[in-house]
Design a protein around this ligand. Structure first.
Ligand code: NAG
Ligand code: NAG
Ligand code: NAG
Ligand code: NAG
Length: 664
């Protein structure tokens, strides 16, 4: 084989030597061909002319080593014809690669030409300079606005200039009856054939292309009248130029090439043409990449969809609420969880106001109205009684009293109820009583608070359109506004939680010191059980002690201790030691409040005063009946026992009260 080639070149050189000027050559592959290569151009062992390799921003040129004669001695431009098979193999067919060009040039020294979109032909300075003496057929894969490129996949005729004389999208006319135009993708990696034919007489330049192995289409892609007389010299070099860009480094291959002056270039013999490498730069590579890319694209897409779905679902879950048909009528009282979530900054700890028996309370600012609110989160499995409870909540929302904390509305979620109240900047009263970092309250203020709570209870029991039993009166449910006025809050929650688990039931008993014996026994709350709790509250405020304390490891009911002192004639000694007795009305009021507290805490509901009577005592409209402490004598725990509390409950009572003490 190689000996045949040697022979071929021997004859080739013989002809050059004998005739001085060569007219034609045919290269079915480049193995052993003595081309004039520069830049990164090379001939592969398989005989492929590889104009570029994977080096960024480089040019590569390959010229037929000897110049060819393009003009007659009389100066007439010859006709010429050439055909070649090329392939632009890009590792990533979806990224724009760089183009290549066939050229006829006066020089093989194109070292100053730029790579990338300049295709190794010209540079910024000499582009469009008539001194270039270059005719190029560009196979351009970059749309460069500077060169007025029509698209990023076109064939153009360039005379000294990258701004083409004429250009067309790459493709061919099928030649069938319809003569349809078929597009070709220059950087598909598939071999394609190009024919360039110039008729010196009528100066017609035709450029035709087709996929490899197809016969030459009869209709050229480009057909332009170009006067090459001033472009070509007598002797011109013919060859190829290409370049790499900054990001993609396609391989530009020429598989075979033939040329003829004053005649039609010999057809290429496809059987002799070298094969494009299979891998990594095989023509299958782009397909392979598509095969590989498609699942990746699908996977990415699925991932994005999944992420979006997860995001939406998480958002849904995050802001999910429970809303039932029967709640429609409560629309105006219903808050969206999203709003409450935003208002409280996502229920962050820094917004936590306190943690009560039923749940945590957060401060918040409603996004739409800028109203400051307190949001109470009560864990609760919605079940029986929820409907009634919400109805009650809503009706409570209609309560208007200066000593009733305004309930603005509610929101329900799975396992949770959120109640929205007016925000009370000063928190609950128990803090003033027990938290010594807060300023202590003098008696006058305490008395105002007591009267406020009493008037609120009177309103609930007797003055509103329906009787409302509060069920959970205690200092921690009395809120204090900016002017230190009392506001009774947390209506009905005790009842709600009675429907819950046993734990929650014991939680109610956790406020045992306030719990009327008959309420504890029968579980039925009445206005009289509210009065009992109010009695405990009176003592709590006056004594500054919790209704149920632990002393020397034993439960001590505050009311028992006050009664004992009353019997001993030292009832005022039970007062909060922070309270002085200097001012005249103080001592009288204090004694009255302590005794009233005992009276309200009477174990027999019938023996307790009504809230209206309580109000009259507090206002001084009525004086307390002259009570003998002896007739008030009872022991609270023993009563509880008598009322049917079994030992188990007592233990849980003790445990709860202890833990509630510790929680403070
Ligand atoms: C092309 O050149 C070769 C020798 O180099 C010669 O044998 C052949 O006849 C030429 N072809 C034409 C069409 O002139
Ligand atoms: C590219 O070709 C040049 C010149 O032949 C050579 O020096 C260089 O190492 C080649 N680079 C690669 C990546 O093949
Ligand atoms: C190519 O041209 C450049 C500038 O025109 C010159 O510096 C360089 O020496 C030339 N190279 C060759 C091989 O002639
Ligand atoms: C160029 O193409 C036209 C139209 O097909 C044709 O008439 C003409 O002969 C062609 N010229 C050359 C030089 O091939």
């Amino acid at each position: 084989m190689s000996s045949i080639l040697t022979l071929f070149y021997f004859f080739l050189f013989l002809k050059i030597a004998t005739c001085g000027a060569q007219k034609n050559f045919t290269l079915n592959g480049f193995r052993g061909a003595k081309l004039d290569l520069d830049g990164i151009a090379s001939i592969t062992p398989e005989g492929l002319l590889l104009l570029t390799n994977a080096t960024r921003l480089k040019t590569g040129h390959a010229f037929y080593p000897a110049p060819l004669r393009f003009k007659s001695p009389a100066g007439k431009t010859f006709s010429f014809s050439t055909t070649f098979v090329f392939a632009i193999v890009s590792e990533y067919s979806f990224i724009t690669s760089n183009g290549m060009a066939f050229l006829i040039s006066s020089t093989v020294n194109l070292s100053t030409a730029f790579p990338s979109q300049f295709i190794g032909l010209f540079n910024l300075e000499n582009n469009c300079d008539a001194a270039n003496h270059v005719l190029a057929i560009e196979l351009d894969t970059i749309q460069t606005p500077m060169f007025a490129d029509i698209n990023d996949n076109h064939v153009g005729i360039d005379v000294n200039c990258l701004k083409s004389v004429d250009s067309r999208p790459a493709g061919y006319f099928s030649g069938s009856a319809t003569d349809q135009f078929e597009s070709l993708n220059l950087h598909s990696g598939e071999p394609m054939q190009v024919w360039v034919d110039y008729a010196g007489g009528d100066m017609q330049l035709n450029v035709t292309m087709s996929p490899a192995k197809m016969p030459k289409p009869s209709r050229p892609l480009l057909s332009v009248k170009v006067d090459l007389s001033s472009v070509v010299y007598d002797q011109m070099y013919v060859g190829f130029s290409s370049a790499t860009g900054s990001s993609n480094h396609p391989s530009h291959y020429v598989l075979g090439w033939s040329f003829m002056v004053n005649g039609e270039a010999e057809s290429l013999d496809y059987r002799k043409l070298p094969q494009l490498p299979r891998l990594p730069r095989s023509k299958r590579k782009p397909k392979h990449i598509v095969v590989w890319l498609l699942p990746v694209a699908i996977f990415t897409f699925v991932l994005m969809v999944a992420a979006t779905v997860i995001l939406v679902v998480r958002r849904r879950i995050k802001y999910a609420e429970v809303l039932e048909d029967w709640e429609q009528e409560y629309g105006p009282h219903r808050f969206s969880y999203k709003d409450l979530h935003r208002a409280t900054d996502g229920f962050k700890d820094k917004e936590l106001l306190g943690e009560g028996g039923f749940g945590r309370v957060y401060r918040g600012v409603l996004p739409a109205s800028n109203i400051e609110v307190a949001v109470k989160r009560v864990s609760h499995e919605s079940g029986q009684g929820m409907k009634e409870f919400v109805a009650e909540i809503v009706s409570i929302g209609k309560l208007r009293h200066r000593n009733v904390a305004q309930l603005l509305g509610y929101c329900r979620r799975k396992g949770e109820l959120l109640l929205v109240y007016d925000y009370m900047p000063n928190g609950s009263l128990d803090r003033y009583l027990y938290d010594h970092t807060k300023p202590g309250l003098d008696w006058a203020r305490r008395f105002i608070i007591i009267k406020g709570v009493a008037s609120a209870l009177l309103y609930l029991h007797e003055e509103w359109e329906q009787v409302v039993v509060h069920r959970d009166i205690k200092a921690s449910n009395v809120l204090v506004d900016g002017e230190l006025n009392a506001k009774l809050g947390d209506f009905g929650l005790a009842r709600l939680c009675q429907h819950g688990t046993n734990l929650r039931t014991t939680r109610i008993i956790g406020t045992i010191g306030y719990l009327a014996p008959e309420f504890a026994r029968k579980g039925k709350a009445t206005t009289m059980s509210d009065v009992f709790a109010f009695g405990a509250f009176l003592l709590e405020v006056a004594c500054g002690r919790r209704p149920l304390g632990i002393e020397a490891g034993e439960q001590v009911f505050l009311v028992d201790w006050v009664l004992e002192n009353w019997k001993a004639g030292t009832v005022l000694a039970t007062r909060d030691q922070r309270l002085g007795l200097e001012e005249e009305p103080s001592a009288v009021e204090m004694e009255m409040v302590l005794k009233l507290g005992c009276l309200c805490s009477h174990p027999m509901p019938e023996a307790r005063p009504s809230m209206r009577q309580v109000m009259q005592f507090l206002d001084g409209d009525k004086t307390l009946p002259d009570l003998s402490p002896a007739c008030m004598s009872f022991s609270y725990p023993s009563l509880m026992q008598n009322d049917g509390y079994d030992d188990d409950t007592s233990i849980s009572v003790a445990t709860m009260s202890t833990s509630s003490l510790q929680a403070r």
